[in-house]
Design a protein around this ligand. Structure first.
Ligand code: ZN
Length: 152
């Protein structure tokens, strides 16, 4: 599947910049673990499109230590738990784009995409082309996901 990963022309790394800010609907970080965190995708494929990101700025998984990788997988599972509770999805796409050839939008800082899916959403999305019409604002998604992590 195609993940929308285009970011504004921002100075430095968008993820390092986000993690340096206090958590709010501005930086979109919903949960912080010890070595990784959960952030909303600013250009979501569907509502509830999350990403798990290590605090370490590294371009691929092999440059992370095994403790960080393990926590990223635990956080990925927690994302699916939280999203099931909030959005009742019928499935998920979970994936990592590593390198430009694979379509990574933020090349320097590896991240795991977690995209909730519903039967028929692909047809609906493709009919709309690149303009994604989502049923709720990023602020609403942020509030719901952050509260669900706090309660999980
Ligand atoms: Zn970074």
């Amino acid at each position: 599947m195609k993940y929308i990963d285009n970011h504004d022309k921002e100075e430095g790394c968008v993820f390092c910049n986000a993690q340096a800010k206090a958590d709010s609907a501005e930086n979109l970080i919903a949960f912080r673990g010890e070595r990784a965190y959960v952030i909303l995708n600013r250009f979501p494929y569907t509502s509830g499109h999350l990403m798990v990101i290590p605090f370490t700025h590294a371009p691929n998984l092999e440059e992370l230590d095994s403790v960080t990788r393990a926590e990223m997988m635990e956080l990925t599972a927690r994302c699916t738990t939280v999203l099931r509770g909030v959005y009742k999805p019928q499935g998920f796409n979970v994936g990592v784009n590593i390198g430009k050839a694979a379509g990574a939008g933020v090349l320097g800082h590896v991240h795991i995409h977690i995209v909730p899916r519903w039967t028929g959403d692909t047809n609906f999305m493709s009919a709309l082309g690149e303009t994604r019409v989502l049923p709720e604002s990023l602020e609403d998604t942020y509030r719901r996901v952050r509260e669900a992590f706090a309660a999980d």
